[in-house]
Design a protein around this ligand. Structure first.
Ligand code: ADP
Ligand code: ZN
Ligand code: ZN
Length: 664
């Protein structure tokens, strides 16, 4: 007997699936179907089959037009269950969650004929696979600890310094899973930035590997998805949305660099792929490995409290020592475009010895502000509460928040003075300064401005590896898992910004970044050196990091978080609203706030966002916090569905961010 109603989740902002009548072909849960919505036709996913309806349910339903999945659902039951959990937890419409789980190609309406010709995973000629490296005793012990059985849920935090051989352990663990006839899912922060992980998996497992990330075209993404869905690929390597991939024989999930912020989607469906992976592993009874040299405080806390297994790799896999860290007190020193004499001398020394240097600057562009020396005017973005960044190479001032561009002014807009000076250092400026000091060295700059050009990052990384480049100047883009044998010095122009930041995660991030960036030094034969310039050498957190490393610092930070009841000891949700008028956003959130029963839930705000005006919209926020995740969830599930009907909701843009990682 066919059902009377079919519930279809459509990619539109409805919190519930819509009701349709059955069409000509039978459907099952998880099938993609073409349905009418208003005057449009769209692809939705079947989430429910209803056998009985009340006599007169009063709704006039239209029938489903086509079932695109006659051969079986594209969203198999475990993925549907996961998406339903994510929709509830992140308070996001289920149709949009399901849309995020499917590659764009599979969300298009296409005639069946076209579907038949869809690309199959292309089989490349089988390359000689790399030899299996013998694990050292530390790695063997780690592997053994990670061998929790298939069919049981476990989360293990694999904490090992950079270069300790974590990747080699993943490879060995994935091999075991493949040998059992199962599939492995490996998540990585940004494939473009870390081609080495991918290369090593491909070298080991050849055609058994499929890759899925946003840099691929629609068809390539869809064919990787299909290879996983049909069980043909044994290892799927992907960025965050791959956490929803359909894998019928999934036996293991690995999350590399689990602390990385790019696992959190920052717009629309604001989920954390790491946290979704934990739930996926739990629902499907799987082992999950979280790997990092600098674990997030959340994962560390879970490991220390015994919820996760804590597995350590204490030493570097090769005989190299970890680099020597040095805080360089630059107070009172004369700085040449931000560079002190001792730092320049160190660069000289390393270059003389044939080493390579990585110079880390946390901003792109030439200088983050342009200041009038006569009156103190600073060139502002006309649309944001922000300063314009000078991009000298392009001859422009650019706002890094809204993208606005302006010509470089010749005169001050306030006093017509002509002495305009660039303040602060960006990658372009440090690059230029180093060119002047080391004219014979080949110096290249690497930041997102440059990486925009296709293939540029890959080319530069290769040139560094071939030692054609002596000094690489770049942003934190370079802090990710690259492995440069000849790199002996890492310089950090300043570590101070994080120390003054209002963001409670700033120091954790700074320490992660500094530790990761330092991990780039001394991977080859020669021991490395790391020099961090600072005006705050006595800052307790910097000292902590220096003396006890990331782990010691993390311990101190966790104690602070505990007393402030911040994550992981308290749970947060951030309601944001923006409007053309500051008052509209504020008043709207004020009305939202009145719906919240205080007591167990702390409500902060509404307050203006730290950068109140961005792209001409005024932004306000309401921060909810609670010691109990369940209580906060309970409140949100009642509150969020009501928000659209609150007075003024149509005149603002609002969103809810559960477990926000960024309070801006
Ligand atoms: P991580 O992922 O922890 O940064 P990797 O797995 O990339 O560490 O290992 C760092 C370096 O050590 C790599 O060059 C790798 O080839 C090498 N390596 C790893 N394990 C071993 C081993 N057991 N024997 C020899 N070299 C190893
Ligand atoms: Zn002026
Ligand atoms: Zn702007």
């Amino acid at each position: 007997m066919s059902p009377m109603r079919i519930k279809v989740a459509v990619p539109a902002p409805f919190f519930h699936p819509l009701d349709y009548l059955p069409g000509n072909t039978p459907v099952t849960l998880g099938c993609r179907v073409v349905v009418p919505l208003g005057r449009r036709k769209i692809v939705g996913v079947v989430t429910g089959l209803v056998d009985q309806v009340e006599d007169n349910d009063g709704i006039k339903c239209r029938p489903i037009e086509t079932n695109l999945d006659e051969d079986g659902p594209s969203i198999p039951a475990p993925v549907l269950r996961l998406c339903e959990w994510a929709a509830r937890y992140y308070q996001h419409p289920i149709g949009e969650v399901l849309a995020a789980a499917l590659p764009a190609y599979l969300r298009k309406i296409k005639p069946p004929a076209e579907r038949a010709t869809q690309a199959r995973a292309s089989s490349k000629t089988r390359k000689a696979l790399s030899k299996v490296q013998a694990l050292n005793p530390g790695q063997q012990a780690a592997l053994q600890a990670l061998e929790t059985g298939a069919g049981t849920f476990s989360v293990s935090l694999l904490e090992g310094v950079t270069g300790s051989g974590k990747t080699e352990v993943y490879l060995a663990r994935v091999q075991q899973v493949i040998d059992q006839g199962l599939q492995a899912l490996v998540l990585t922060p940004e494939i473009g930035l870390t081609p080495q992980l991918l290369d090593r998996f491909k070298a080991r497992f050849g055609d058994a590997v499929a890759v899925m990330h946003s840099g691929l075209g629609d068809k390539a993404r869809a064919s990787a998805w299909r290879a996983a869905h049909e069980g043909r690929c044994r290892v799927l390597i992907g960025t965050r949305s791959a956490v929803f991939a359909s894998m019928p024989k999934l036996g293991l999930i690995v999350i590399d660099e689990e602390h990385d912020q790019s696992y959190k989607q920052q717009e629309s469906f604001r989920y954390s792929a790491r946290d979704v992976a934990v739930v996926r592993a739990q629902q499907a009874k799987l082992p999950l490995i979280l790997g990092s040299a600098t674990p997030s405080l959340e994962s560390l806390h879970n490991a220390q409290s015994g919820r996760y297994l804590h597995v350590h790799l204490q030493e570097r896999a090769t005989a190299q020592r970890l680099p020597e860290l040095r805080l360089l007190d630059v107070r009172g020193m004369s700085l040449d475009h931000g560079l002190s004499k001792p730092l320049l001398d160190a660069i000289e020394r390393h270059l003389q010895a044939g080493g390579q240097v990585l110079m880390f600057v946390n901003r792109r562009g030439y200088a983050p502000a342009v200041l009038c020396h006569d009156c103190g005017w600073v060139a502002p973005c006309p649309h944001c509460d922000a300063r314009l960044t000078l991009h000298r190479a392009r001859g422009k001032l650019i706002c890094h928040h809204c993208g606005a561009q302006a010509r470089v002014p010749l005169r001050c807009e306030a006093c017509s003075g002509t002495t305009l000076i660039p303040v602060g250092q960006g990658t372009e400026r440090v690059d230029e300064a180093l060119q002047a000091h080391f004219p014979r060295a080949r110096i290249e700059r690497m930041d997102s401005d440059r990486a925009r050009k296709a293939g540029e990052l890959k080319r530069l990384l290769k040139e560094v590896r071939n030692r054609d480049i002596q000094i690489l100047v770049g942003t934190q883009m370079l802090a990710k898992g690259h492995d440069f044998d000849g790199l002996t010095l890492v310089g950090v122009v300043t570590a101070d910004q994080a120390l003054y930041s209002a963001d409670f995660r700033a120091i954790e991030r700074m320490a992660q970044m500094l530790t990761q960036v330092s991990g780039r030094a001394g991977r080859g034969e020669v021991a490395g050196e790391v020099i961090v310039q600072t005006h705050e050498p006595e800052h307790p957190q910097l000292q902590n990091w220096l003396e006890q490393g990331y782990a010691g610092l993390a311990k101190g930070l966790l104690a602070e978080r505990r007393s402030a009841r911040l994550p992981p000891f308290g749970h947060l949700a951030l309601l944001r609203a923006d409007a053309l008028d500051a008052q509209l956003a504020h008043a709207f959130l004020q009305r939202v706030a009145t719906l919240i029963t205080r007591g167990p839930i702390d409500v902060l705000g509404p307050i203006p966002a730290p950068m109140e005006r961005r792209a001409n919209r005024f932004r306000a926020q309401l921060l909810l916090s609670c010691e109990s995740r369940a209580r906060l969830q309970n409140l949100l599930s009642k509150l969020v569905p009501q928000i659209d009907s609150i007075e003024g909701a149509r005149r603002v843009r609002w969103s809810v961010d559960v477990d926000p990682i960024d309070l801006f």
